[in-house]
Ligand binder design. Structure first.
Ligand code: KIV
Length: 277
């Protein structure tokens, strides 16, 4: 039986019913397929791609072409999850026309269901224009990694009343602009709870406490495949890197010692045929 595709209405209904929304990042076909099989509601093809897959120091260098390439693979791997393509740095800031054009590539070329972009109320006109063009937009506030330098580094946002109030206003402006969902990264749990209560659209937290409408984690953090650093908000559900290293070392040893391939991995030819060769 074919899997039912998650929709924006389904996500909205989950919020209304108090049911938590699940989101994980994915960057390739096999991961998307696994997330789909686990019935994860939404897959984010995050620009974290740059750090966990492409080996850049930050998300800033990620290009539109890199995002589209990986979004295509994810869309081939997932049938049921709602897929969000992350707009990379400078793909939506230069002009509204460029923002609409680039958002359109995620839908037309890659097959994504929606796009995500970072920023507060200053991004409202861009969100409005992309939504008016027929493309659903997920907003992203709090710690916005593309502009971490402006925020003086990767630090918790909205820790005092004034900056907290500003984030509440940002969230409201983005909802009014037409965003269907909002990711909140690295903000105090009480602030995230307040925003979640204030908005009618679902909120997805990462380092934002348990009272958001849903949660997102970067796949490579969740399964222990990114070893450079682990943020405080990450829970590692399995530690795959040491297991993969062990498997690779065992493979190397068996090849070097002539143990692999064994007869069970080889193809036979009769002695008669071999003789005639
Ligand atoms: O790029 C990404 O993976 C993200 C999540 C951390 C929300 O933006």
């Amino acid at each position: 039986m074919s899997q039912k595709k998650m929709t924006i209405a389904d996500l909205q209904q989950k919020k209304a019913a108090g049911l938590k929304i699940t989101m994980v990042t994915a960057y390739d076909y096999p991961t998307a397929h696994l997330a789909d099989q686990a019935k994860i509601d939404t897959i984010l093809v995050g620009d974290s791609l740059g750090m966990v897959v492409l080996g850049y120091d930050t998300t800033v260098p990620v290009s539109m072409d890199e995002m589209i390439h990986h979004c295509k693979a994810v869309c081939r791997g997932s049938k049921g999850s709602f897929i969000i393509g992350d707009m990379p740095f400078m793909s939506y800031q230069v002009s509204i026309e460029r923002a609409i054009e680039n958002a359109g590539r995620f839908i037309k070329e890659a097959g994504c269901d929606s796009v995500k972009l970072e920023g507060g109320r200053e991004m409202s006109p861009v969100v409005r224009a992309i939504v008016d063009a027929g493309i659903p937009v997920c907003a992203h506030i709090g710690l916005t990694p593309q502009t971490a330098t402006k925020l003086s580094g990767f630090r918790v946002q909205g820790k005092d009343a004034e900056s907290g109030r500003k984030l509440i206003e940002d969230a409201k402006a983005l909802e009014t602009a037409g965003a269907f969902m909002i990711v909140m990264e690295c903000i105090p749990d009480l602030l995230a709870a307040r925003i979640t209560k204030t908005l009618t659209i679902p909120t997805i937290g990462i380092g934002a406490g348990k009272d958001c409408d849903g949660q997102v984690l970067v796949y490579h953090d969740l399964v222990g495949l990114f070893e450079r650093f682990t943020p405080k908000f990450v829970k590692q559900y399995v530690n795959l890197a040491p297991q993969i290293r062990r498997a690779l070392s065992e493979y190397k040893k068996e090849v070097e010692e002539g143990v692999f391939p064994g007869a069970e991995h080889s193809f036979a030819m009769s002695a008669e045929e071999a003789e005639k060769m």
